[in-house]
Design a protein around this ligand. Structure first.
Ligand code: ADP
Ligand code: MG
Length: 694
């Protein structure tokens, strides 16, 4: 391996490169655009474009592309070469400021949720200078937002940037009340990425994996993850070679890849980067997922990012670590060493508590996909009920503040906000509960519901906006107060009293919690079909329009896109099952039935008693084959019905209530048949073949 500091960011047009290659005035002007959002004038853009082009060509690039994040959840790019014709018909390598700033992809095939009629199908992409350009596969990639001609967001980045601005604005109002030198507040995000690596040869033999990214059939293997021998286990050489190359590729792209380890399920692993601005973290997470897939392919693997690829072992999530920090480097969720800092910490903590309690629905929606539904609420991932874990110590402090009683630690102290220093919370004592969806882990929150395949944009749009809204209410109240200290005290007390129902430090996987949560009036939205209708409620439209994160039209379009995608995924899965059952499983079982029947006849004609096992298996397989045929017929009819009604309002409920149960029914019969059928007859690799190949 070459020198890491030298390799790091070598494919990124970052601050150092800009400083080195741009005239001082241009660099300053660009810096102001990046830091303060100042408009970029075209003469500056022309100089930046020229410098970018020359740098990219030196690095071997031939093309450029605006790189954006449409509602498909993955990234999109359309490459143009730098090649241009000069006046004499010769070739020059050209890239203008105009091309840097704006692109016009023919984008009619991206989901728009009705925001664009086909006659005005063109959207435009606009350079987002707050995320650095980089080189990927010989193309200069320019991180961009994607909007309709009317300026409506058609992507995941635009609302994210808007929500970052909202939380900056409101957090700065609060900081001003405490007296601050900071000029800017930014949400920080560290997304931990889980994934599976499966041998490519095995993967390719399974239609469900190829088409849907998850297995739709498969009996439980003799060994799952019960021995707990994979988590943090020694990394096998073939995996290790993959991880090394992945790290190198990511470092070159300026991604601070930091931690790698084996996860709980066989073949499951994790990568965590060092946290960064929510914007960069979102871009880098997309690059990480893409690079994982590419590098896996070179190593004869397929990287599976789907949330629940295998029944019976853990699914994959993406923990979204979130905090707020100032441009002076202060983390606003870090309990301070002075009473004054602690009052500020408690206020921000209360803002997050109130935000999560008031917007449980939005947090649930921000992680709602067909894939993630299989994971949430299973005994391995947070439940679909949103609650917060603060740890015993912090909870006890909040209780004491709420009740106005002394807090006991080493000595009895009446906790007065802004007077007393909070005890320090070592990370170990706060990070024990892995079952909580939204856990305070010392100086940040860890939102554990996001699924492994999704962009982290949406969860962070919701957290940023919800927190911005509460900070706005707090700032309104505190700015109007005559006595800041007592207003602050009563605001914190009141917030704890009103919102402590969201705090739960116990076992989030238990059944008792479901009952207790219902008693507390917390929302339980087990599926995407249950969650999505809440997106466009009056409360949510008001929230997002108030902070200019989504217009009502944009919100409605997101709802429609999410609902349609949920129904498409489930109906495609259903039809894939029909295909596999009809063309592979039922015929295979039929062949084995024939073999058993021939055996029975042969044994009988030889005058010997037919072995009990043979006749029992034969009988059961005949029954299962009939059951599969019946389920398959009903499932196919229903899946086709769902596909015809994709845009309809009740399509989600139909998929939830009709398709998913039928899919489960078909699978149950097929999985039982698998356990009874001779190995050589089974038409594709089993769970054992897939999960224990190394
Ligand atoms: P865990 O024990 O959950 O793996 P880590 O300390 O390794 O916790 O952190 C996990 C992720 O949280 C990493 O991506 C890390 O960079 C990120 N992280 C740490 N501090 C912060 C913070 N203040 N804000 C946002 N993310 C953070
Ligand atoms: Mg973690």
């Amino acid at each position: 391996m070459s020198n890491i500091p030298e390799m790091f960011g070598s494919l990124v047009f970052n601050r150092e490169v800009m400083k080195e290659r741009l005239p001082e005035e241009v660099y300053k002007s660009l810096k102001h655009t990046i830091q303060r959002g100042d408009d970029l004038d075209i003469t500056v853009a022309n100089i930046v474009a020229e410098a970018m082009k020359n740098w990219a060509i030196e690095k071997g690039a031939t093309h450029y592309t605006h790189w954006f994040q449409p509602m498909t959840g993955i990234t999109a790019e359309k490459h143009d070469s730098f090649v241009s014709r000069d006046k004499n018909g010769g070739i020059i390598m050209d890239f203008s400021g105009k091309e840097l700033i704006k692109g016009e992809p023919d984008a009619s095939s991206f989901p728009s949720g009705g925001l664009r009629a086909t006659f005005e199908a063109r959207g435009y992409t606009a350079w987002d200078p707050t995320s650095y350009a980089f080189i990927k596969d010989g193309s200069l990639c320019i991180p961009s937002v994607f909007c309709s001609y009317g300026g409506e967001a058609l992507d995941k980045k635009t609302p994210l940037l808007r929500s970052m601005e909202a939380v900056n604005e409101q957090a700065m109002r609060i900081l001003a009340l405490f007296g601050t030198e900071a000029r800017h507040v930014e949400p920080n995000v560290g997304p931990e990425q889980e994934y599976f690596l499966i041998d490519k040869k095995v993967f390719e033999q399974r239609e469900d994996l190829v088409v849907c990214g998850r297995t739709l059939f498969g009996a439980k293997p003799p060994k799952g993850q019960e021995l707990e021998d994979h988590y943090f286990g020694a990394i096998k050489p073939r995996i290790s070679a993959f991880m090394k190359e992945l790290d190198e590729e990511l470092w070159k792209l300026g991604v601070f890849s930091k931690t790698k380890h084996n996860e709980a399920a066989p073949c499951q692993h994790e990568l965590a980067p060092i946290f960064s601005s929510a914007n960069t973290a979102t871009d880098h997470n997309q690059l990480t997922m893409e690079t994982m897939k590419k590098v896996a392919d070179r190593h004869g693997f397929v990287c599976i990012l789907q949330e629940k690829p295998f029944e019976g072992v853990n699914g994959s999530g993406k923990h979204d670590n979130w905090s707020l920090s100032t441009d002076k480097g202060a983390n606003l969720l870090e309990p301070g060493k002075h009473p004054h800092e602690n009052a500020q910490f408690l206020l921000f903590l209360c803002a997050v508590i109130k935000a999560v309690d008031e917007h449980q629905d939005l947090l649930r929606i921000s992680v709602a996909t067909a894939g993630n539904d299989h994971r949430l609420g299973a005994n391995e991932a947070p439940p679909a009920i949103v609650s917060m874990f603060l740890g015993d110590e912090l909870t006890a402090i909040l209780d004491a503040i709420d009740e106005g009683v002394p807090y006991y630690r080493h000595e009895k102290t009446q906790m007065e906000i802004g007077v007393h220093v909070l005890p320090s919370f070592p990370k170990d004592t706060t990070d024990r509960n892995r079952t909580s969806p939204f856990a305070f882990t010392g100086n940040k929150f860890e939102f554990r519901m996001p699924g492994s395949a999704m962009s982290v944009a949406e969860p962070n749009v919701v957290i940023n906006t919800a927190v911005a809204d509460v900070l706005m209410q707090f700032a309104d109240e505190l700015e109007a107060a005559t006595d800041f200290g007592s207003a602050l005290n009563s605001l914190i007390r009141r917030t704890i009293k009103q919102h402590k129902r969201i705090i739960f430090n116990g076992d989030g996987y238990s059944n008792e919690w479901k009952l207790e949560a219902a008693k507390r009036g917390l929302l339980n939205l087990p599926t995407t079909a249950d969650a999505l209708p809440h997106l466009t409620s009056e409360k949510n439209v008001a929230l997002f329009t108030r902070h200019k994160v989504y217009t009502e039209k944009e919100l409605q379009s997101r709802h429609d896109i999410l609902l349609e995608s949920y129904c498409k995924i489930i109906s495609i899965e259903a039809l894939t099952m029909c295909d596999m059952a009809g063309k592979d499983i039922i015929p295979a079982v039929g062949s084995y039935i024939l073999k058993l029947a021939e055996t029975v006849n042969a044994v009988k004609s030889a005058g010997a008693p037919v072995p009990c096992h043979t006749s029992k298996t034969l009988k059961r397989l005949c029954e299962l084959s009939d059951e599969m045929t019946a389920s398959l017929t009903r499932l196919r009819a229903n899946a086709e019905h769902a596909q015809k009604n994709l845009g309809s309002k009740n399509c989600g409920v139909f998929c939830r209530d009709e398709l998913l149960p039928l899919m489960a029914e078909l699978r149950r019969a097929a999985d039982e048949a698998e356990t009874l059928t001779e190995r050589s007859f089974w038409p594709f690799p089993t769970y054992g073949d897939m999960l224990y190949y190394i």
